[in-house]
Design a protein around this ligand. Structure first.
Ligand code: ATP
Length: 350
């Protein structure tokens, strides 16, 4: 039987609560005849900093590298002082992940501003405006350096076209061409976005079945709101992708349902988009769906599309029925009740 080792980094706040729910769903999948899982639960985050003085122990990173995939909860990175560790940065660097994938899709039964949105933002996550190179020019001026490299742009573009190809096969085998929209501000950022677009165009030539187009960041943000159905895969540099993926989450079903993955050539990790939610931590009411859907993305990445479909379908069944839902979705179910309902729906599907 297929078995996977999963490194779990529960992190802070509601992170441990929602990763526990996701593990229960994975275990139910295994019991119903799906792949089986072993878990290595490792410390990381603000709590780890408080306990050990550093937020991302070497041993946690080593366990993440040794596992087949990594599932993260949430980390309170804002509370970690300089020198205390940068767990997400260390993960991205250590696991050599260069791009993130964030799907945004309206889900039946969940109120959302757009019923038409079904897109994925593929975003470079190591450079661009978030290169972390800043300096003071003098007392009254500060600079941030926007690094764009051909290598990182090419890898991210390839992930975007691979994602569009996989979606085309899965979502619309019979009709519509997949589409990649590369986002830029070439009129102002002539060199950096010039290089980014050149890399994207070069990769596009290898994918004649996928339509390629470009959009200015500002026009793209407006069009996502006015005509969300136009978008399939959005390819973006770091800061632009950060903003557009939040627009996507806002247009779709909201933070409690937004999943993500960070993908590299050798390693990958998956996590809910939401943060540590300190206001509801410990109350047992966090919506586990974003983490459960992140686990489904992880299964897809591990070559288990049927299992991923089953979990996604189970979450959709529960949301469509609408009887059991957590507070963020207007209900009063606990995380455990929501997880029980997902497991029951999963068992009904398998
Ligand atoms: P952080 O600093 O870790 O990002 P935050 O509170 O600023 O924390 P989020 O954790 O994303 O940001 O939370 C934003 C709001 O959404 C909060 O009111 C929180 O309770 C709510 N929220 C986030 N995730 C969930 C979830 N899984 N279930 C229910 N509510 C959630």
């Amino acid at each position: 039987m297929t078995s996977f080792s999963i490194c779990v980094l529960p992190g802070d706040g509601i992170g441990p609560e929602v990763t526990d729910c996701a593990r229960r769903v994975l275990d139910a999948l295994a019991l119903a005849g799906g792949p089986s899982f072993t878990y290595q639960v490792q410390p990381a985050g603000h709590g780890t900093f408080l306990a050990d003085g550093y937020a991302m122990p070497e041993s946690s990173l080593a366990a993440a590298k040794a596992a087949d995939a990594v599932l993260l909860g949430a980390m309170d990175v804002a509370q970690i002082p300089p020198g205390g560790g940068d767990p997400l940065g260390d993960m991205r660097k250590g696991l050599e992940v260069g791009a993130s994938i964030r799907p945004s899709r309206a889900i039946a039964g969940v109120a959302s501003p757009s019923a038409d949105i079904d897109c994925v933002v593929v975003r470079e996550v190591t450079e661009g405006l978030y290169s972390r190179i800043e300096y003071m020019v003098d007392d009254n001026a500060a600079c941030a350096v926007r690094v764009i490299t051909r290598e990182a742009s090419t890898k991210t573009a390839r992930l975007a076209f691979e994602t569009a190809t996989a979606r085309q096969r899965r979502l619309n085998p019979a009709h519509k061409k997949g589409r990649v929209t590369a986002v830029h501000k070439i009129g102002v950022l002539k060199l950096t976005d010039g290089l980014f677009l050149e890399a994207a165009r070069t990769v596009a030539a290898d994918y004649p079945d996928i339509e390629f187009e470009t959009r200015n960041i500002d026009a793209c943000a407006m069009e996502m709101i006015r005509e969300p159905a136009h978008f399939d895969v959005i390819l973006a540099t770091n800061a632009f992708g950060d903003i557009l993926s939040d627009i996507g989450a806002g247009l779709a079903a909201g933070l409690g349902l937004a999943a993500s993955g960070c993908i590299g050539d050798r390693w990958a990790y998956f996590e809910p988009v939401h943060g540590t939610a300190p206001d509801i931590t410990g109350k047992g009411v966090a919506n586990p769906c974003a983490t459960v859907l992140s686990a489904a993305m992880m299964l897809r990445h591990l070559g288990q599309p049927d299992s991923a479909d089953a979990i996604e379908g189970a979450v959709e069944d529960v949301l469509a029925t609408g009887v059991i839902r957590t507070g963020d979705l207007g209900g009063n179910a606990t995380s455990a009740q929501m997880t029980d309902a997902i497991i029951a729906a999963l068992e009904a599907r398998l």
